[in-house]
Design a protein. Structure first.
Length: 216
């Protein structure tokens, strides 16, 4: 993926296409945002298919939630995005998707574990699950804002995923890697009858030493 252009529009359109084509969202699900500067973010419009975004579907919104440029309503999950940007100054982009395997695992009572695979642990780190709250609710935004302070990804019970990054590529690839790892976990369960266990603490510390700790 190329660098973010001046307004970040091209890369948001590209990531929307990838999310849709890889089945990480369906219909008009999901939302994408990029921090433009200290006072403004770019966010996808509500109710549009992420596989068919155009520049008009991306709005400039202030950090207090006012639409500054563009027509239509911003994503209903805007409060969740603004909450994350308010507590994570290092975060420049956020991807919210509905990946089917990750979402299925939130309903099994067996949590997904990013420590199943070494590279997923290194590039994403721990991935807590947020207990169910209605989509777009203040309750959900508050829980996400509280939990994201210590991690780069969250799963939302019966709903989907949130990944953050220092740029949009990083946020998007974290979603893709997590869904891929979830699929590996489910294949393991099909073959062996149970989900894999995580790498133990000693092996995780060894990985972090070897790769001098994951970014952001
Ligand atoms: Zn959603």
């Amino acid at each position: 993926m190329g660098r973010i252009d001046k307004d970040g529009l091209d890369e948001i359109i590209l990531v929307g296409k990838k999310l849709y084509e890889r089945g990480l969202v369906s219909a008009t699900d999901g939302n994408i945002s990029v921090r433009k500067n200290d006072d403004e973010i770019l966010i996808t419009r509500s109710g549009v298919c992420k596989g068919e975004l155009s520049a008009e579907d991306i709005l400039v919104v202030s950090t207090s939630g006012d639409v500054l440029t563009g027509r239509g309503k911003p994503s209903v999950e805007l409060p969740m995005h603004l909450g994350i940007y308010s507590v994570r100054k290092d975060v420049r982009a956020i991807v919210h998707a509905h990946p089917p395997v990750l979402t299925a695992l939130t309903m099994t009572g067996v949590n997904f574990n990013s420590a199943w695979l070494p590279e997923v642990w290194l590039s994403v780190g721990p991935v807590p699950t947020v207990p169910y709250a209605p989509p777009s609710s203040k309750e959900l935004a508050d829980q996400v804002t509280r939990l994201i302070t210590n991690c780069n990804a969250l799963l939302l019970e019966r709903h989907g995923s949130i990944t953050v990054g220092r740029n949009l590529s990083e946020a998007y690839y974290r979603t893709e890697k997590l869904e891929h790892a979830a699929l590996v976990g489910v294949f393991t369960a099909i073959v062996s009858g149970k989900l894999p266990g995580p790498l133990d603490q000693e092996k995780l510390r060894e990985l972090e030493r070897l790769f001098s700790v994951r970014s952001s």
